[in-house]
Design a protein around this ligand. Structure first.
Ligand code: ADP
Ligand code: MG
Length: 336
């Protein structure tokens, strides 16, 4: 069905009927504003992220259901990086005329499935037409006790630097998609990332870590944000970077330097955190309940930016630091 047959309000109604009314949402989709009941004693965490067709996604490479899941996942990842509990979200979209009603049905269904998985309810948004490409903007609201909210700014010299899961898979997946490969673990990681929401909450409750961020622009770029805001440096051990079996097997066909993508490729959506050595065992045992491993990849130093060392103790100099939207020398790494 064409969108013009349905109209703006028909589309909103179609979205609204898919959404089950949840506890804590007093007024949802349909009024001028939503009304939600905050949990006593908790602070509200709010984050927003925009996804632009041609910059963040390519409709020839992702199906609408998966795109819907990913659009919410990247926002949930920011709540996870604060140690927060997701609660509600708003969906705003600018939709070009070539997008069908079926596409939007699947897109919203994918998004609602991801939301349900983490207890996040769609409570409103905005819908308009676009004369050039689809634009998706999502705002997620979460909550956490003030003492458990983890910032980027608390890393201290001597803290261990840890990362959940594995690195580089998503960037490898993007390379594969561009080479015409449509399947495999890395492609799945790129198109359908799973946000580390449960891990973020467990870390907050167990530690909390001294600093945390989610890896969206690449390990070095995102570690750089922690260092800058904490006023510290870091030493990274190259041989400690967690690489998946799939990555080790398939990376050589696509890129010579095995460490380039784990260091500088983006969109892993893993959690990068720093922790005092005395808190490590508490953090590791609480993470165990989620089934996700965290790997110690280095240590915070008093100053000196990021130094990277190989297993033999030689310093390693990476080719690229990470992704930056307005940088003139940015690498060709638009996500999908
Ligand atoms: P207004 O013109 O007063 O801003 P709208 O017609 O834009 O109202 O929105 C009507 C209702 O539909 C609001 O509750 C709004 O939050 C909701 N809404 C609009 N677009 C979306 C969307 N894409 N997803 C979910 N809810 C939406
Ligand atoms: Mg409006």
């Amino acid at each position: 069905m064409k969108l013009e047959e349905l109209g703006e309000f028909g589309l909103i109604e179609r979205i609204a009927v898919k959404v089950a009314r949840k506890q804590g949402v007093r007024i949802g989709i349909g009024d001028d504003a939503a009304a939600i009941a905050p949990t006593a004693g908790f602070e509200l965490l709010i984050t927003t992220d925009m996804l632009v067709e041609g910059v963040h996604f390519d409709l020839t490479l992702s199906d609408p259901f998966t795109l819907g899941k990913k659009s919410l996942a990247v926002n949930l990842s920011d709540i996870a990086a604060m140690g927060g509990i997701p609660r509600n979200f708003l969906l705003s979209m600018a939709v070009p005329e070539y997008i069908s009603v079926e596409f939007l049905d699947n897109f919203v269904s994918g998004m609602l499935e991801r939301g349900d998985q983490f207890g996040a309810n769609l409570i409103g948004g905005d819908t308009c037409s676009s004369c050039q490409g689809m634009v998706i903007s999502i705002t997620v609201m979460g909550e956490q006790l003030p003492g458990l909210i983890v910032r980027r700014s608390g890393a201290e010299p001597g803290d261990l630097i840890c990362v959940t899961g594995t690195l580089g898979d998503s960037a490898l997946g993007l390379m594969q998609l561009r080479a015409g490969i449509r399947e495999g673990a890395a492609v799945a990681r790129h198109l359908d990332p799973f946000p580390r929401v449960l891990e973020g909450m467990k870390l907050a409750e167990a530690g909390p870590p001294s600093a945390m961020i989610d890896i969206s622009d690449g390990l070095l770029a995102d570690l750089g944000h922690i260092l800058e805001l904490s006023g510290v440096g870091a030493r990274i051990n190259l041989d400690k970077l967690p690489l998946s079996g799939y990555y080790r097997e398939n990376q050589p066909r696509f890129i010579a330097d095995a460490f380039l993508l784990p260091l500088s490729g983006g969109e892993d959506y893993e959690l990068l955190f720093t922790v005092h050595p005395g808190k490590l065992s508490a953090i590791q045992s609480s993470l165990k309940e989620t089934g996700t491993l965290a790997t110690i990849i280095g240590e915070i130093t008093a100053s000196g930016g990021i130094s990277i060392y190989t297993a033999t103790g030689d310093e390693y100099f990476p080719e690229q630091m990470g992704y930056n939207h307005f940088s003139s020398d940015k690498q060709d790494r638009h996500s999908i």
